[in-house]
Design a protein around this ligand. Structure first.
Ligand code: HEM
Length: 420
């Protein structure tokens, strides 16, 4: 199989549940030119090198990809035009990236805000319990819609100051954005794919408009939420400009729940797929944090992020990535590189030396990892403890359209009962 074919197969929707055999093929050429001037990086060592190379930019204005090729990031930039040109931290390079990340982090984590994440623990636990209480008397739930989604979305709304009552509205917009713009599969050139992209753009514009109004309100009437503090800050970097705040609010609202949903679902899926691991984790819950990292290695919720491009000719692994090419660091593939992880396709909740790319690597390493870890840990631990004799109804489950943010669309689970 040529790298081009392996890449196309891995990206196809019909292979969403298991792109890994194609990634194995693709990894035979760890840095390969695949399509439309895109270079796919699938070797662990090569990916680690490029994730830390300042000649690899995340600024979408350098990327050769057009809007049709989906960088939702590009659509985000397009829709920001009305509000002045702005990009979020994930689609910026230093120094803008570093400044925005500092301006946001001041109101999210240590050293300036050391207690916020921990203080969410009791809310998260309560939510998990409430959702399982609702399932009492039933014998089947959809882990995605009934459990994995409602927890992180409520948590990120509370942190950011986005009213949870608006969730039914922005849920649809984010769904369209993900399906239409965060998909790099070959289907994006079909009529259906183009219609999805058009709808994704429209919905992204609506989301940006909604968050613009919210940010404007926080500028007029400062409050205690993270977004409000970001635009009213008197810290060393000053307040975040409202246009940057809108771009970062969009990013934080989406990134702040979507990958967590996919990771909770993949945790339940992986544990139930692997006989013995449910009993192991239920009996020794101290193994759960390591098991979550192992799921992130095996089923990375962010498979890659399509914003990167080469600012110069970059020589690596016997290949030259020409200046101006798109560079896809495919975390999901490098996380199963056998030269780095022995038995890479095996779920080993006690795996040692598990430095995977599930959180990315380099300056764009996940901003919300500590919060996500807390959420996934409580959600998984509570489910394993309370659901008796749980089992998968369909394996593999149906997957969502996006191949950037990959996860099951539904995950139906049968159980005997929900314990108190
Ligand atoms: C299990 C859940 C999560 C996973 C697997 C995950 C994964 C990732 C990955 C792989 C990246 C790097 C993207 C790149 O290469 O450009 C990233 C970036 C980011 N994540 Fe997460 N994430 C999760 C949860 C969260 C949460 C809860 C938040 C917010 C509270 C968040 C906010 C962000 C932001 C803002 C960035 C961009 C950071 C930057 O550009 O400096 N993520 N995430």
């Amino acid at each position: 199989m040529t790298p081009e074919t392996a890449y196309a197969e891995a990206m196809k929707f019909e292979n969403r549940a298991n792109p890994y055999p194609f990634f194995d093929e693709l990894r035979k050429t760890p840095v390969a030119r695949v399509a439309n001037g895109i270079y796919a990086v699938t070797g662990y060592r090569e990916l680690m090198t490029l994730a830390h190379d300042p000649r690899v930019s995340s600024d979408t204005s350098h990327s050769p990809l057009g809007a049709a090729s989906a960088a939702g990031a590009k659509a985000e930039a397009d829709h920001m035009k009305a509000y002045g040109r702005a990009k979020s931290m994930i689609t910026s390079d230093p120094p803008d990236h570093d400044r925005m990340r500092r301006q946001a982090m001041r109101h999210f984590g240590p050293p300036h805000t050391p207690d916020l994440i921990e203080s969410m623990g009791s809310d998260i636990q309560l939510l998990c319990n409430r959702l399982l209480d609702k399932a009492k008397g039933k014998t089947r739930i959809d882990i995605v819609d009934d459990y994995a989604y409602p927890v992180p979305v409520a948590v990120i709304c509370k942190i950011l100051g986005v009213p949870l009552k608006d969730e039914p509205t922005f849920h649809g917009w984010i769904y369209d954005f993900m399906a239409g713009l965060m998909d790099m599969g070959p289907e994006i050139t079909t009529e259906e794919g183009k219609a999805r992209a058009a709808k994704g753009k429209e919905s992204t514009a609506a989301l940006v408009q909604y968050l613009t109004e919210l940010i404007n309100r926080f500028v007029r009437e400062p409050g205690e939420s993270m977004l409000s503090k970001m635009v009213n800050d008197d810290g060393p970097d000053g307040p975040m400009a409202p246009r940057d705040a809108v771009a970062n609010a969009t990013l934080l609202l989406i990134a702040g729940h979507d990958s967590t949903v996919n990771t909770i679902a993949h945790c339940v899926l992986t544990v139930l797929r692997n006989p013995g691991s449910l009993e192991l984790l239920r009996g020794r819950p101290e193994l759960i944090p390591g098991a979550i990292e192992e799921v992130l290695r095996l089923e990375s919720a962010v498979q890659f992020f399509p914003s990167r491009s080469a600012l110069a000719d970059i020589e690596i692994a016997g290949t030259v990535i020409p200046k101006g090419s798109a560079v896809f660091l495919i975390y999901g593939a490098a996380n199963r590189d056998p030269s780095r992880f022995p038995n890479p396709n095996k779920f080993d909740p006690e795996r040692r030396d598990n430095e995977h790319f599930g959180w990315g690597s380099g300056i764009h390493t996940c901003f919300g990892g500590p919060l996500a870890r807390l959420e996934v840990n409580l959600a998984l631990e509570t489910f394993l403890r309370r659901a008796e004799n749980s089992r998968l109804v369909v394996d593999p489950p149906p997957y969502r359209q996006s191949n950037v943010f990959r996860g099951p669309r539904h995950l139906f689970i049968d159980f005997d009962k929900i314990r108190d």
